[in-house]
Design a protein around this ligand. Structure first.
Ligand code: FMN
Length: 199
């Protein structure tokens, strides 16, 4: 049985950083084993402590575990390409966010940014559990998510996250197996510049 690669043995940072940033990656090979409620609670707990504008905490997480009545509803929201491998996830999460401030009802221009921070907290926390993997997805039907999960008008579906136990990459369809790679990143010079925009 093939095992997933260890990102820490592949990713080389150019400058010193905490290993947790390198350890998080997005495999598709998942085993179909369940995720315990304790682990799930730790993931949401980490998300809970993310910063947000005015401490708005406008993120909301809806989820389905694979053995629950909700599973099919969440699974059917995904685009087919994601369904192919998500069938072996333990939990599917739909992340949404409130588009307006709770204190005055005005539009919140950073609701997605805030929510992205919470999502990253969740995914980084997952790396602390042996064999637990996460994979964020933008490939889902937003209209269907809104209807099937009864999102209020004021809430925007942001992304879905598959949480699972690491699986055997050989079980993936050929095309996805080839993409089961630990990725690298642009250099700092390509993403950060002192002064005005100069890329
Ligand atoms: C918001 C968001 C949406 C994504 N959508 C998908 C998706 O629909 N399907 C998929 O297989 N991967 C998806 N990804 C995973 C990215 O392709 C992946 O994070 C990127 O290639 C970097 O690789 P790494 O996460 O392994 O470091 C998404 C990631 C993010 C953050």
């Amino acid at each position: 049985m093939a095992t997933l690669p260890d990102p820490l043995s592949i990713r080389q940072p150019d400058h010193p950083i905490e290993p947790i940033f390198l350890k998080r990656w997005s495999p598709r090979a998942m085993s179909g084993e369940p995720i315990s409620q304790d682990i799930l609670n730790s993931l949401f707990e980490a998300a809970r402590w993310a910063p947000s504008t005015y401490n708005e905490q406008e993120w909301r997480f809806l989820y389905a575990r694979r053995d629950s009545d909700h599973w099919d509803t969440f699974f059917n929201i995904l685009v087919e390409a994601n369904q192919t491998w998500c069938r072996n996830a333990g939990v599917l999460i739909l992340v949404c966010s409130a588009k307006t401030f709770s204190r005055n009802g005005k539009p919140n221009p950073v609701h997605s940014l805030d929510t992205g921070m919470a999502v990253q907290n969740l995914m980084l926390q997952a790396t602390t559990f042996p064999q637990v993997v996460t994979h964020a997805m933008g490939g889902f039907d937003r209209g269907r998510a809104r209807t099937a999960l009864r999102l209020p008008e004021n809430y925007e579906p942001e992304c879905m996250i598959a949480v699972g136990i690491a699986g055997d990459p050989d079980q993936l369809p050929e095309e996805l197996r080839a993409r089961e790679e630990v990725t690298s990143r642009k250099g700092i010079g390509e993403i950060a510049a002192e002064g005005p925009f100069s890329f």
